[in-house]
Structures are given as C-alpha cells and as structure tokens.
Design a protein. Structure first.
Length: 204
C-alpha cells in the first residue's frame, strides 16, 4: 500500500469514528489526510470506494484475531482474544454503531461481515466444547451450549457500542468482566481454580 493510501485509510477511520460513515464527506477525509481532494480522487474515485477499502482493512484485522483461536489452550487464550476484540472495537468504533447504515447501502460489506460472524460463533461454540472436554466447564445440553455461545457472542459484539451510546465507562476490564460473567456460573471446581490463577488477577 502506498504512503498516500495509508494516510487516506487512517483519515477515513478517524473521520468515520468521529462523525459516522454517512456524515463524512470526501473533503473531510482529504483534510484529515492533509491532501487535496484531487489527490484523494486519484486514489479513490468516490466515497464508496474508500468505504470498501476501509472495510477490507477492517476484515483483515478481524481475520487475524480469529486466526489466534486456541493458540493458548487454557483460559488465558480466551482472555487474550477478548483483549484483541476490545482493541479492535475501540479502533473501529464506527463499525458497529454504523451497522444499519452499512446494511442499507453496502450489502457486499454486510455479506462479508455475516461470514466472519458465523466463523466467530463457531469458534465460541468450539471453545465451550473444548473447555467442557478438559473439565473446566460443567457439561450442558446442546440447547444450553447454544444459548451460552450466543450470550458470549452478544457480550463481545454489543457491549462496547451500547456503553458508548449510553455515555458509560468502557474500559477493557469492564468489557472482560461482562464476557467472563457469562461463563463463570458454569465453571467446575477445576475451572474455578484456573480462573483464580489466570483471570482474576486481570480483572481486579
């Protein structure tokens, strides 16, 4: 990627976070990138091209998080993933706040996001099954595992946007607490011991 495209990407993310995708004009992106609108148009023919380019970058970063799945096979692995998700959501705040705007105007982007969401859900379900097998989560029915997976997924995806929209604190520790609270009722004795060793020090 050229240095100018790097600057445009950074400027697009900055202005989208500040104003929302729908409210940003090309002039604002050019100003934030400290280039002329003509130079901007040389690299991207319109705003839609910038939005698509930005989301391709976003999905590449999200894919990297997904690729780290189960690299660490104890609770530290999930906690590491949660830290990555938190950093991702803070970097791209507009991503979820503008989701309905994207759904209306950029169906190709929405389709890509659905594929990543499905992959993320499958990973959460697999992690729960893995933790049950290694004896740190109490075995549940298929229906309860499905419910737990969805609750964890919703906590990861929607916690930060709703905190921002309500003007509430959105620190990483609070985010992790919200997600871990979905799992702690299902910990076995061994799971509680592992939680105390690896996770509790992170949350206090």
């Amino acid at each position: 990627m050229s240095k100018t495209k790097d600057k445009i990407l950074d400027a697009a993310i900055k202005t989208f976070n500040e104003h929302g995708v729908a409210n940003v004009r090309l002039q604002q992106i050019a100003d934030a990138a400290e280039i002329s609108v003509g130079n901007l148009a040389y690299h991207f023919k319109n705003k839609e091209a910038i939005v698509s380019f930005t989301y391709d970058y976003i999905f590449a970063e999200f894919s990297e998080i997904l690729s780290d799945y189960l690299l660490i096979d104890n609770f530290q692995g999930l906690d590491k993933n949660l830290g990555q998700y938190y950093d991702f959501f803070m970097k791209f705040k507009f991503f979820f706040i503008d989701m309905f705007e994207i759904e209306r105007n950029y169906p190709d982007i929405l389709g890509k996001w659905h594929r990543y969401i499905n992959r993320m859900l499958l990973q959460i379900k697999s992690r729960i099954e893995f933790d049950v097998q290694r004896g740190v989560l109490v075995p549940q029915s298929d229906e309860m595992n499905e419910l737990l997976s969805n609750n964890i997924w919703m906590s990861i995806i929607f916690w930060l946007p709703q905190r921002i929209l309500r003007g509430q604190p959105a620190e990483e520790k609070l985010f992790k607490e919200a997600v871990w609270s979905q799992m702690t009722p299902y910990l076995t004795d061994r799971g509680e011991e592992e939680f105390v060793v690896y996770i509790y020090p992170v949350l206090i």
